[in-house]
Design a protein around this ligand. Structure first.
Ligand code: ZN
Length: 171
């Protein structure tokens, strides 16, 4: 149900957010700039992988910094962003493949459910927030927790099945 295609995107990255002397990619803004390419490419989702520090909700009361996975609210175009900065991921290999799959699954699931990730365990749920950015959480075998399973299966049964297949792709 989900197919993946790799494309090279050149996106003018001309606005950055500086926090102290750390430079951040503004996820909301970046996604807006990428969005027109979704229809040009004829895909349902676009998932961008960047190697920059990432922040979102800038200009709101609760800006978030050093996030690695970002997805938009449901009324926005489906652009998902994965920042590999500072995660110590290998450039390639099975752990990196798994991390990319896990982040894609959590982005799609949270976009569909209009949910934020949960800070409570279990830590191996794709929707776990992972505030300490632990690599083993990101590269481990993930499965939806009971709560997320119930919600997702009820509202989006087909996608739920397909997302589980992505999670199982490296077993
Ligand atoms: Zn969960």
């Amino acid at each position: 149900m989900f197919g993946f295609e790799i494309v090279d995107l050149s996106v003018p990255v001309d606005t950055w957010h500086m926090e102290g002397n750390k430079r951040y990619l503004d996820a909301d803004w970046f996604a807006e700039r990428l969005a027109p390419q979704i229809s040009q490419l004829g895909v349902h989702y676009m998932s961008a992988i960047v190697d920059e520090w990432m922040a979102c909700d800038l200009g709101t009361k609760k800006p978030q910094y050093d996030i690695y996975g970002w997805w938009p609210s449901p009324e926005k175009p489906p652009v998902l962003i994965f920042s590999t900065k500072g995660l110590d991921l290998e450039p390639k290999g099975p752990a990196t493949d798994r991390a990319i799959a896990n982040v894609a699954v959590s982005g799609i699931a949270d976009y569909l459910m209009d949910e934020d990730s949960h800070e409570k365990p279990p830590r191996d749920c794709p929707n776990y927030y992972n505030p300490q950015r632990k690599l083993e959480v990101l590269t481990g075998r993930q499965k939806f927790c009971k709560l997320c399973t119930d919600k997702l299966r009820a509202a989006h049964p087909e996608e739920f099945k397909a997302l589980n297949m992505i999670l199982a792709a490296f077993d």
